[in-house]
Each structure stands twice: as C-alpha cells, then as structure tokens.
Design a protein around this ligand. Structure first.
Ligand SMILES: Nc1nc2c(c(=O)[nH]1)N[C@H]1C(S)=C(S)[C@@H](COP(=O)(O)OP(=O)(O)OC[C@H]3O[C@@H](n4cnc5c(=O)[nH]c(N)nc54)[C@H](O)[C@@H]3O)O[C@H]1N2
Ligand SMILES: Nc1nc2c(c(=O)[nH]1)N[C@H]1C(S)=C(S)[C@@H](COP(=O)(O)OP(=O)(O)OC[C@H]3O[C@@H](n4cnc5c(=O)[nH]c(N)nc54)[C@H](O)[C@@H]3O)O[C@H]1N2
Ligand code: SF4
Ligand SMILES: [Mo]
Length: 745
C-alpha cells in the first residue's frame, strides 16, 4: 500500500463520514444541489474495505459509544463500544436499534409545500429555499425583523446548533429563538448559574461508582438513563441508594431507601433535612467558610422546617426523613443527582438549589463520588446550553454584554452590530407572542412542539395562527410537520458529522455512516443553503464543514469555564474516547474522567458558591372536588423516546412497550371509582380529556395517577405553568379526574 492509500484506509476506519466529506471538498450550493452531490448522499466510487467506526448514540444524554460496522463505507450493523469510558460495552435497546429507525416510509425525502387546497405537496429544493426566504422576508418587511422566531433542540450536533442560532440571529436578523432544552434543562441552567456562577454540572460518571451514598431526586435513572444505572450497579462500595420520587419507580424498587413524598414537596423535604443536619452539627463548617456564602441566612431560614412540619408537608413518616439525614451524614462520599421530577416544576430552580445547598453544607463537592449533579436528558442538551446561541451568546457568553459581543464578533469576523444586544424571549413567550400577533413566522428545527409542549389544546391553536410555519425534521409525519406550511427533509443521526456533549460534559463525535433518503440533507447543509439563499452567506464563508465550525466554536470558548481550545479536532476526540470540558490549550492529559471544583473555587465573582433559598409555594393546581387526583407525567419505558417519531420506526422497540395510551392508578382509587384492570377510562383536566387504558398498580400512591409522555394526547391535560426564574414548564403535576368509560355518555 502506498502511504496515501494507507492513510486514507486509516481515515476510513476511523471516520468514513469524513472521507465522503473530504471527497466533495468545500460545501457549495452547486455541490449540495447537484444530483449525487454531498447532501444528496454520494456513494464512494470504489469499493472500500469493511471496517468499523465509533460514534456516540443520538438519543439520551448518557452518550454511549456505538461501534458501527461498515460494508463498503456504509453502516450495516452496530454493537456497543467496549473501550469507551462512558458505557464500557453496554447499550440500551434504543442504542442497539439506532440504525433501524433511519429506514422508514415516514421519512421526509423531499421538501413539502402546502398547496392551495391545503395538502402538502413535494417541491424541489430550489422552490423550497425560495419560498422560505420570500415568505419570511415578507413577514419581516411587514411586521418587523423580530416577527419571525425559531425553535431548536438538544438533539442536533453542536456545530448545527451553532449554525442555526448564528444564521437566525446574525444573518436573518431574528432576535427570538429558544429550544426544547427549555422543556428540560432550563431549571438546572439557572440553578447552576445563580449558585456556581456558570452553567456547570460538576460531575463525572465515575462518581456513580465512587459514592457510598447516592441520592436520586426526581430521577427514574433505571429507565431514562439505563446505562448510568448500570454504572450505579457497578459501584463496589455497597452504596446506600436514596430515591425521592412520589412513585415507586423501577429505580425506587431497587433503592435502599425510597421516600414517596407528595408531589412538589421536595423543597420542604430538603430544607427539613438541612435543618436536621445543622441542628445535629453534621455540617462541614470549614468547607462552608472557605468556599460558600449565604450559609448563616440559610441556617436561619430553615428553622421552621421541623421534622413534624416537614412530615406533614411531604406526607412522609418522620423516621424516614431522619434516616435520610443520618445516611447523608454517615456517608463519606455523597452524591446528589436530579432530573425532571425537580426541573419540570413551577418552583424547580429553588428546589435544585435546595439540593445544591445540601452538597455544599456537607462538603460533598469536588471530591470523587460527590457533587450536586443535574443529569441532562437529550444527547446534546449540554451543547445546546452552551453553543446554540439562544439563551446565551456562543460559548456561554452574554448577549447583553458589549464586551462579549465584541469578542465573539471578532472571532467570527462579523460586525458586532449584527449580534443582538438583548436576550431572546423564552419558549412560552414566543408562544404568547404568536397569540398576540407579534410573532408571525416560526422555524421549528428538530423538535415536535405539537406533541411535547404543555397544554396542547392551546399550543396547537397557537401554532395554527402562524402566517408561515417551517418544520425541519427527519420525518414528515410528526404532529408539528403535519401543521407546517413548508417541511424541510433532514438527515438524522448516523447520516451526518458533528459532536455532542453528554451529561458529564464529555464531547463525543457523531459520523456519517449512512445515506440520507431521497433528497434529505444534513441540517448543516440546509443552513448553508439558507444562508446563501437569504443573502447572508458571506457572513458564514468559513462555515464550510462541521469541523471548521467546531474550530470556530473552540475559539469562542477561549477563556470561558467551558474552554475547549486544547482539543485537536475530531480525530483527537475519537482517539481520546471523548474529552470533558474544560480542556483549555495548556491541558496535557485528556484523562477519561474529570470533575469540576476540586479546588473549591466557583465561577462567581467572589469565587464562592451561593446558598439560595425561598419559601415553597403551594401546588400550582391543587386537587379539587371536581379534579381530585394529581397527574404525574414522564418516561414510560427504556424503549420509547419522547414523541416516538424515531422509536416507533423500530419493530423491535415496538415490541418492548405497550402500544397504547395507559394510565397508572392505585388499586384503592381504582376500586372507589369502579375501574377494572385493563378497562378504558377518560382522564379529564380543566383543559381537556383523553382516553387511556387503566393499569391498576400500587406503584402510584392513592390520590395520584401517572401517564407517560409518549402518546400525543398526554399534553392535552397538562397546565401551562412555569418556573419564574427558568421559565421551564411544570409538566409534572396538575389536577385531573378519572371516569370509567362505561359511565361516560
Ligand atoms: N427511554 C427514554 N429515556 C430518556 C428519554 C425518553 O424519552 N425515553 N428522555 C431523555 C430526556 S430528554 C430526559 S429530560 C430524561 C428524563 O429523565 P427522568 O427525569 O428520570 O424521567 P421522568 O420520567 O420525566 O421523570 C422522573 C421522575 O420524576 C418523578 N416526579 C414527578 N413529580 C415529582 C416531584 O414532585 N418530586 C420528585 N422528587 N419526583 C417527581 C416522576 O414520578 C418520575 O419517575 O430522560 C432521558 N432519557
Ligand atoms: N407531559 C410531558 N411532556 C414533556 C415531558 C414530560 O416529562 N412530560 N418532557 C419534556 C422534555 S424533558 C423534553 S426534552 C421534550 C422533548 O420534546 P421534543 O423535542 O418535541 O420531542 P422529540 O420526539 O425528541 O422531537 C424531536 C424531533 O426531531 C426530529 N429529529 C430527530 N433527529 C433529527 C435531526 O437530526 N434533524 C432534524 N431536523 N430533526 C430531527 C424527530 O423526528 C422529532 O420530530 O418533551 C417535553 N415534554
Ligand atoms: S443509554 Fe442513552 S446513550 Fe446509551 S444506548 Fe441508550 S439511548 Fe443511547
Ligand atoms: Mo428532556
């Protein structure tokens, strides 16, 4: 083999997507649109050797690495990567089936435009691009530049997220853009920013194995992050596992202590535990004095949270609360983890900070096996938080700071005036803006709000008011695509290159190992084409491949807590098995596992972490005589993903979960309502009613019911209430009644 053939074979082994990419040279409009061009799924001309390549999974934030087996440069099967520090050879059913869902008759293969008779009709890309530009520019001319908005995601590579946010704000002149990360992570972002001075989840997955006490609050890890649960099971220290969840979830069943508290009483519980720890002198005064501020006020604040008071508010026996405090005290390495049971609440930020307070006051920060740790949800939630240019300027910068705008403009080589000096509206403000007629055009990319947004009756009415709705998705069948005026067909995971950032801040690579169907294009290519069609392509002349955007983003991160300037490109990421941020240019060792705050210095101006607290508020919609039950929603199985656009495409996954809307209800409630196992019932809230099949089970408490989020009807019931600081929707508690179907006329 000649050296260059050997080198290219090596590249194929490592990154076949990059090779296909390299063959086409820089992305130009002509290349993208030419038959067989880059975006349209070019195949190599000569036979390529069979090979394997590793890439991170495109579903959850765990970020498992999958080994993809290639035949002639294209994926034919996959298996979990045994050498990756995250999953150590494991994968859940969604990961195993990741390739299968790409092949589906529901894929969007051509742009679709709504015609005069109201149907969606295939058009060519030229027409789609022209319509996109003409319609949005006409709306802007009539109603102002900010009358068009966008909604993005935590499920596209960072480079694509950055391109979307930069194109929309710097190129198209939009101000308002948010993402589905608002539905999910906004609470953690704000909690961390206020307490630590930056959005910085401190942990490493190794902490799951190094703790002797693991406290999981509002997290069904076993089902939502199954491989992280496997990491818990590998913990050799026989850890105490405390699960705080109103339901007896799969995770709670495997805990050593389960605290089935009343929904939304977490804040009271955590303040009560804090009070006990203080009362008994079980705090780390030296750590508090050296590294935190506001403790004395906090200690005074928690005084009314006596054991009796907290037992009454949470419905928990006093001994269980006491035992939780004793266990935290006895632990040498205590880690606190939370997910949506905390974040999706009208008081999520202060609840998350009540968890942070416990970690700070017991000195459980910065050491192996410790931390106040928010687990993210989507594969690239962290990339979206730092680089989507929605809530903050690229790289965790601040739109309202002139200095930050100058810095980023200098790196991008664009005029600083192109960068908005004001923050975007949050998701719900964009929805309200549509209702008020201020937002007339919406571009939805890689999210499905007509299923996932709270209070669907209202949400769909709002979406249907838009003058022009563009949906860019892999599938043309999503609830949101069905309402669009224009559908842009997108390539999905496995059909494009880029990087994701997982829950432990690890950046991993995704690659193009399969051809997108028909004329579907990588989102990156779509943004490139829109930039040129819009007339602002020149601003993005250096944005010619995902890896060049990665380089630009690295420069944007310089000097920030999330500095990644030391990473030498995709290949280095591949070789290291992913790299956790921060990784500044002077870093020597891409050590597989790292955590933040080992030196006790936080990112606040004082360098100290803050104790933040506030009196809990009553349930936003308490049960009433008419609606006597509390509805909880969440993940239903390890094999279903969100609105199911992807997972329902796999015959294997479909066999692994119930294919109908169901309602979990306690036997006592079922009995008093006359509901039998498997009977159809109506579930009604003030906002709407749905049908569900009753699953009578003691895993939900009397007075509560649970419906998974995966069927489109669920959010017909939920109540559009938001945390005042994070503006995250409170999906997890509203009032409903259940009526056996036979008694409904
Ligand atoms: N299989 C699968 N895995 C997923 C996903 C998926 O769709 N399917 N989605 C991913 C995403 S984006 C996310 S954000 C994560 C979510 O992961 P999780 O947050 O673990 O999942 P959820 O089921 O939404 O909510 C967790 C638990 O919160 C509990 N809960 C409800 N109200 C309260 C309360 O007031 N207090 C407490 N303490 N608990 C409460 C619920 O009973 C539920 O068991 O999962 C990720 N992983
Ligand atoms: N009741 C209730 N509602 C909830 C929740 C809850 O617990 N209860 N959880 C909330 C949470 S945490 C989340 S994260 C949201 C999730 O809500 P969504 O983001 O609306 O759900 P997904 O099904 O993940 O939607 C992603 C969409 O992107 C498409 N897609 C996938 N890959 C690509 C790609 O590469 N490019 C493009 N262009 N499209 C792609 C998929 O086909 C799909 O239509 O739901 C929220 N809604
Ligand atoms: S646990 Fe998450 S990242 Fe791992 S294989 Fe499953 S869905 Fe993919
Ligand atoms: Mo999420």
């Amino acid at each position: 083999m000649t050296p260059d053939v050997a080198a290219s074979a090596d590249v194929v082994r490592r990154n076949p997507g990059a090779l296909l990419h390299a063959r086409t040279g820089p992305l130009t409009r002509e290349l993208l649109l030419a038959p067989g061009g880059f975006g349209l799924g070019q195949v190599p001309e000569r036979a390529l050797p069979d090979a394997t390549t590793n890439m991170v999974c495109g579903y959850c934030s765990t970020g498992c690495s999958l080994k993809v087996h290639l035949r002639n440069g294209e994926a034919c099967s996959l298996s979990p990567n045994t050498d990756y520090p995250v999953n150590l050879g494991m994968a859940c059913p969604k990961g195993w089936e990741a390739l299968a869902v790409l092949n589906s008759a529901e894929r969007a293969t051509l742009p679709l435009l709504r015609n005069a008779s109201g149907g969606l009709e295939p058009v060519d890309w030229e027409t789609a691009l022209r319509t996109f530009v003409d319609r949005f520019q006409a709306i802007q001319a009539r109603h102002g530049a900010h009358s068009v908005a966008f909604l993005g995601t935590g499920q596209m590579p960072t480079e694509e997220l950055a391109f979307l946010g930069s194109l929309a704000k710097f190129g198209m002149g939009l101000r308002h853009g948010d993402g589905n990360t608002r539905q999910c992570m906004a609470t953690s972002v704000v909690a961390y920013k206020q307490a630590f001075g930056f959005d910085a989840p401190p942990y490493s997955y190794a902490d799951f194995e190094e703790s002797d006490v693991i406290v999981l609050i509002g997290s069904n890890l076993c089902l939502a992050h199954p491989i992280l649960w496997e990491r818990v099971l590998r913990n050799p220290h026989q850890p105490q596992i405390i699960v705080v969840d109103p339901r007896t979830t799969e995770t709670a069943m495997n805990a050593t202590q389960h605290l089935p508290l009343a929904p939304k009483s977490d804040q009271a519980l955590l303040y009560g535990v804090a009070r006990l720890l203080i009362e008994r002198g079980w705090i780390d005064r030296a750590y508090i004095d050296a590294h935190a501020e506001g403790f004395d006020q906090f200690a005074e604040f928690v005084q009314p949270y006596t054991l009796e008071e907290v037992a009454a508010r949470t419905g928990l026996p006093a001994e269980r609360i006491e035992r939780m405090a004793e266990t935290i005290h006895a632990g040498r390495r205590v880690s606190f983890w939370w997910t949506m049971g905390v974040n999706q609440s009208y008081q999520g930020v202060r609840t998350a900070q009540a968890i942070i307070n416990l970690a700070l006051m017991t000195g459980n920060m910065g050491r192996p096996g410790t931390g106040a740790n928010s687990i993210t949800g989507q594969c690239n939630a962290m990339g979206s938080r730092l680089f989507s240019n929605t809530t903050n300027l690229l790289g965790g910068h601040d739109f309202t700071s002139a200095q930050h705008r100058e810095k980023v403009a200098g790196i991008l080589g664009i005029p600083a005036e192109r960068i908005p000096a004001e923050n975007s509206w949050a998701y719900h403000e964009i929805m309200e803006g549509i209702l008020a007629g201020k937002i007339r055009g919406l571009w939805v990319v890689c999210t499905n709000p007509a299923h996932s947004w709270i209070n669907q009756g209202l949400a769909r009415d709002i979406l249907d008011r838009l003058d022009f709705l563009v949906v860019q998705d892999m599938y043309r069948t999503t609830e949101t695509a069905q309402r669009a005026h224009l559908v842009l067909p997108a390539a999905g995971w496995g059909e494009k290159d880029g990087t994701f950032i997982n829950s432990e801040r690890r950046i991993g690579v995704v690659k193009r190992v399969a051809r997108a169907p028909g004329q579907a294009l990588a989102d990156f290519s779509i943004f490139r084409l829109i930039a040129d069609a819009w007339g602002c392509g020149e601003l993005f002349r250096d944005w010619d491949s995902p890896e060049s955007v990665f380089r630009i983003l690295q420069r944007c991160s310089a000097g920030q807590p999330c500095d990644i300037t030391g990473i030498e490109g995709y290949r280095a990421l591949d070789e290291a098995g992913g790299i956790q941020w921060p990784y500044p240019s002077e870093s020597a060792d891409p050590a597989p596992e790292r955590r933040l705050f080992a030196d006790g210095r936080y990112f606040t101006p004082s360098g100290r972490a803050k104790f933040l607290f506030e009196s809990p508020r009553p349930l936003s919609e308490p049960p009433s005589k008419r609606f006597p039950l509390i509805l909880l929603t969440g993940r239903g199985s390890a094999s279903q993903w969100h609105t199911q656009t992807r997972t329902r495409q796999s015959a294997v996954l479909r066999k692994l979960y119930p294919n109908l809307q169901y309602l979990e209800i306690n036997p006592a409630d079922a009995r008093s309502l006359g509901v039998r196992q498997g009977a159809w019932v109506r579930v009604e809230s003030q906002r709407g009613r749905i049908r569900a099949c009753a699953f009578v089970t003691p895993t939900v408490q009397p007075g509560q019911v649970f419906v998974p989020m995966h069927e489109e009807s669920t959010n017909v019931l939920t109540d559009a209430v938001f945390d005042p600081y994070s503006r995250q929707p409170s999906y997890k508690a509203c009032a409903v009644r259940v009526v056996p179907e036979t008694s409904v006329q």
